[in-house]
Design a protein around this ligand. Structure first.
Ligand code: UDX
Length: 462
């Protein structure tokens, strides 16, 4: 099938490459000249496992093309994906200007019937707005004879496993009430729908809300666990034991109940805010969503609070090794990353940061390169040198079993603040560390003045 995709961000590029891989003829349109030229050369602007080879192979095979020529794009695809950004407005609502601009372009240049697919995460009611926009432009051209449908087909890919998520989706949501459209969509996605029927057809608004409901549910699970972790710290319980205890109940399950430093990334914070905004706009008080968001904002500050408390608020002139800058492992994305909240708080308090991340160094350079209080280090080991403590913000695989003796030798004081519960507290104390983690009692190495050599524990107070 001939497919056109507007927007070569995460969603558009991955979707385009995957559809080309199964044999569709895909043209990706982007307004950014430079990006298009780079993509033609196989240079991918984002770090996403498996994507580069997929793009190169399919581009070489002629099934995946890149262009800035929107007119050619509209001409090419029987289906036209809109996968452009929907950045939050100042008030938190999703800004539809790019989506509507693409809708106007399609309306301006279409000469035959088209199916327009909303792939961007857009508020409930956006498909109607796209429909209105296209209709308006067609009427202006006097071309009411050309037919079109607008489908909501939200994307559920996760950064870091976007290619696999797209290749093996657990569901394909299709929001339309038109039978002819459903047939085309089934044909488009047939290669991904072979083992069992993953296609769920519903009305447009339900499809739009499904996307938000999924992300808000996941964010709720995380904020709930972070709330439990804060409670566990204060009560002297161990959230990791609690996590295993509740996850064993199949109704709860083990997914997305890891406490930490709060969720970040390009989706959860933005989607939560957008749905809260949608609710406010219709005078519905989305109390739970607001609580989820507020818990997350506070959670992003908890590491800093522990550090500040440990050093009696005397952080000026101190140096901290920070491991992990991306909002989660296997991505270079630092959008809304907890590391940013932490580093900015440390800088405000006058502390220096020596940071390392396996993938996000370029992004950190772009964001904070001119900051004199930041040193970007080439390895996790160099980040430790003469630091007053180690802070772990992202759970990259190669942080899980480091050389603890080496860490101890590099730090001026053997203290670790772990925002991801990577290590076992008692083992850390046995190794000579003062170890802070999330939702577990702080364990300190017995000092020389301790009368007996047993592990001491003190609960973190407010
Ligand atoms: C998310 C959704 O998972 C995906 O389906 C949707 O299409 C886009 O948004 P993504 O933002 O890539 O994907 O990341 P995800 O893996 O979901 O993690 C989001 C955040 O939650 C990260 O900051 C992560 O560290 C945090 N998280 C996740 C936790 O703190 N605890 C958990 O148990 C799981």
């Amino acid at each position: 099938m001939n497919v056109t995709i507007f927007g070569t961000g995460y969603v558009g590029l991955v979707q385009g490459a995957i559809l080309a891989e199964v044999g569709h003829h895909v043209v990706c349109v982007d307004v950014d000249d430079n990006k298009v030229e780079q993509l033609k050369l196989g240079i991918i602007p984002i770090y996403e496992p498996g994507l580069e080879s997929l793009v190169k192979e399919n581009h070489a095979a002629g099934r995946l093309e890149f262009t800035t020529d929107a007119v050619a794009g509209v001409k090419h695809g029987h289906v036209q994906f809109i996968a452009v950004g929907t950045p939050p407005d100042e008030d938190g609502s999703a800004d539809l200007k790019y989506v509507l601009a693409v809708a106007a372009t399609i309306g301006e240049h279409m000469e035959r019937d088209r199916i327009i697919i909303n792939k961007s995460t857009v508020p409930v009611g956006s498909a109607d707005r796209v429909r209105t926009e296209v209709k308006k432009v067609l009427e202006k051209r006097g071309r009411n004879d050309i037919g079109f449908d607008v489908v909501s087909n939200p994307e559920f890919l996760k950064e870091g496993s976007a290619v696999v998520d797209c290749q093996r989706p657990d569901r394909i949501i299709i929001g339309t009430e038109c039978d002819a459209t459903i047939d085309v969509m089934r044909e488009l996605y047939a290669p991904f729908n072979r083992n069992r029927d993953k296609i769920i057809v519903m009305d447009v608004k339900s499809a739009e809300l499904t996307k938000y409901a999924a992300n808000c549910m996941l964010a709720t699970k995380i904020s709930f666990m972070n709330e439990m972790a804060n409670l566990a710290e204060r009560l002297g319980a161990d959230i990791e034991a609690v996590r295993q205890g509740i996850g064993a109940d199949p109704r709860i399950g083990y997914h997305f109940i890891y406490p930490g430093v709060g969720y970040g990334g390009s989706c959860f914070p933005k989607d939560l805010q957008a749905l809260i905004h949608t609710s406010d706009a219709i005078n519905f008080d989305a109390k739970l969503l607001k609580a989820v968001e507020s818990r997350n904002k506070e959670q992003k500050n908890t590491l800093f609070q522990k550090i500040s408390q440990h050093f009696d608020a005397q952080l000026k002139g101190k140096t901290f090794a920070v491991w992990g800058l991306s909002f989660k492992p296997n991505t270079d994305d630092m959008r809304d990353a907890p590391s940013r909240v932490l580093m900015e708080a440390l800088w405000t308090a006058g502390a220096k940061v020596q940071a390392y991340d396996p993938e996000a160094m370029e992004e950190a350079q772009r964001l904070y390169g001119s900051n004199e209080l930041l040193t970007l280090c080439g390895t996790k080991e160099t980040a430790l040198k003469n630091s007053d403590a180690l802070i772990i913000v992202t759970e990259w695989q190669n942080f899980r079993a480091p050389d603890f003796e080496f860490i101890k030798a590099q730090l001026t004081e053997p203290t670790i603040f772990d925002g991801r519960n990577l290590y076992e507290p008692r083992r850390m104390v046995a190794k000579g560390f003062t170890y802070y983690s999330v939702g577990r009692t702080k364990l300190a190495f017995p000092t020389l003045s301790s009368s007996s050599y047993h592990l001491s524990a003190s609960t973190i107070s407010d």
